[in-house]
Design a binder for this molecule. Structure first.
Ligand SMILES: [Zn+2]
Ligand SMILES: [Zn+2]
Ligand SMILES: [Zn+2]
Length: 309
């Protein structure tokens, strides 16, 4: 009898250890930055929004970016090459205790606004002199990088290897990770703008850091969020008070208040999938406790630098 219960106890322990090991092996994302293109605090800003962040390093935030990490294959991919890439790759090494290669297996970039691609310059001969780091982009962004310096030099010297993504078609990274680019409406001066849908193991992730109003998109954001597990969504501005004297409908971003309203009738479980990200320095989600609390109380999440999701 004693022997039997010991065996049962032993097998239960083994089972739970196996389940834990499997869980550890699941891919995950780690947020490496949460701010809009300019970072936080913003250059030259002496207003209340940035005063504390100028004084206290720990309040500063890098530009929106994350690592997609696959512990099973010991590989990782970077989403966005921001102006803070130098600090962000260092941060990733610290957070993962150097368990992964310093440079990612590939970099996925949404569009050609400064906060999203200019970090590529750190891969060039003046810095890392990297060897053919795969960079995944939509066709217009590809030709922008190929035909404009200094990016064209990265291509010529083979520091980066451009891989064209086609909108709505899946790029298979390995047997359990794939990435699909979707196009979204945004100021497309130099390139189209992508959002990414990521399948990582059993988890689905939606990343849309920059978009005009949700209503201008040919997909329904409420449906898209309900089909995903984690949705990192454009939260550049919280509400119209940040931009006094401007007509809300002219602001080419969904205000956080507008996004929250769209999910008014959604279940708490659906609202809980949303992580607001890409904060302008004026956005109180970066620095105002009351606004943060109010947003969390409604069941939404505020992306935090370093968080593992
Ligand atoms: Zn941006
Ligand atoms: Zn500011
Ligand atoms: Zn943009």
């Amino acid at each position: 009898m004693i022997k039997q219960s010991f065996l049962l106890f032993f097998s239960l322990i083994m089972l739970s250890l196996c389940a834990k090991a499997q869980q550890v092996q699941q891919p995950y994302i780690q947020l490496l930055g949460t701010a809009q293109d300019a970072g936080y605090p913003q250059m030259g800003c002496t207003r209340n929004c940035c005063t504390s962040a100028w004084k206290t390093d720990s309040l500063r935030k890098y530009v929106a970016s994350f690592a997609l990490v696959d512990p099973a294959t010991k590989k990782w991919w970077l989403f966005e090459a921001t102006p803070d890439i130098k600090e962000q790759l260092h941060l990733f090494q610290q957070l993962t205790k150097n368990a992964f290669a310093f440079l990612p297996e590939g970099i996925f970039i949404t569009h050609a606004h400064i906060g999203h691609y200019t970090g590529l310059m750190q891969l060039g001969r003046e810095v890392m002199n990297a060897q053919a780091v795969p960079v995944y982009v939509l066709p217009k962004l590809k030709s922008f990088l190929e035909t404009n310096g200094p990016w064209s030099q990265l291509v010529k010297l083979n520091n980066i290897a451009l891989h064209t993504m086609q909108a709505d078609s899946q790029v298979v990274i390995n047997d359990h990770i794939s990435v699909t680019a979707v196009t979204v409406p945004h100021r497309d001066e130099y390139s189209e703008t992508a959002g990414f849908k990521i399948q990582a193991g059993a988890k689905k992730i939606l990343f849309i850091p920059d978009i005009d109003k949700w209503q201008k998109w040919n997909s329904n954001i409420v449906q898209e969020v309900s089909r995903t597990d984690i949705a990192l969504l454009d939260a550049t501005f919280y509400d119209a008070q940040e931009l006094p004297g401007r007509d809300i409908s002219e602001i080419p971003h969904p205000l956080v208040t507008e996004t929250m309203q769209l999910f008014n009738n959604s279940s708490a479980a659906i609202r809980n999938k949303i992580f607001f990200i890409h904060f302008n320095h004026t956005n109180p989600l970066l620095w105002d406790n009351n606004t943060q609390k109010k947003t969390l109380q409604q069941g939404f999440n505020i992306a935090q630098q370093g968080a593992k999701l």
